[in-house]
Write a protein that binds this ligand. Sequence first.
Ligand code: 13P
Length: 252
Amino acid sequence: MRKPLIVGNWKMHGTQAEVSQLLGGLAVKAVADSKVEVVVCPPYLYVAAAAAQLDDSAISIGAQNLCANEEVQGAYTGEISAKMLVDAGCHYVIVGHSERREYYREDNALVAEKFLMAQRAGLCPILCVGESLQQRDSGEALSFVAEQLAAVIDQLGISVFADAVVAYEPIWAIGTGRTATPEQAQEVHEFIRDTFAERDKGVAAGLRILYGGSVKADNAKLLFAKPDIDGALVGGASLSPDGFSAIWQAVE
Ligand code: 13P
């Protein structure tokens, strides 16, 4: 059985005071031994404080990025290593988010490197894939997602996905208020699972595939009703305790 997973990606939001308030609000809403696993990914600067504040709660911590060059430490000014993230209390890390692919020119090869560094340090990578509106309109959504997955599978093998998460985030649905319909999302999720199943049925069956892109409390239930949607990667709505908890409660 795949345990549903709801991940909040806070992106570059919040002050120390706001983060602390948000964490306080979330901590009281999280239920121990819930049927759903809940993770928040604050900006790097707030990761350690978040881990400390959520220490006794049911919510765990992830990061939004990591260094691709080296997993422990080294002369990489401005970078944060996977081991540092573990040291600060992280269990997960997002790799290949479309914002990083677009604004920081992260290509498939770099994403595969980051995935590898994460796993070497014991972090669970959340690999993001997803097409642009233009690709969807020209019928290339599935082939583009296949290419993004193949870049990691061909480089690192299929077995690394026994301990990883995939997030399907169509770029046109991110921050736009335009969610993919449950049917559109399910089509791609099923395609992703089939892509893994062609290589390893066990890995495919255990793989959690999250949907991301304008997920809110009111569209979460229909999305989660689909057989291959195992949770969500949530941006904007994860910045409020009520909005975010309503999403994980929709799964429960
Ligand atoms: P929104 O939920 O704000 O659309 O963001 C989705 C996302 O990019 C999560 O990583």
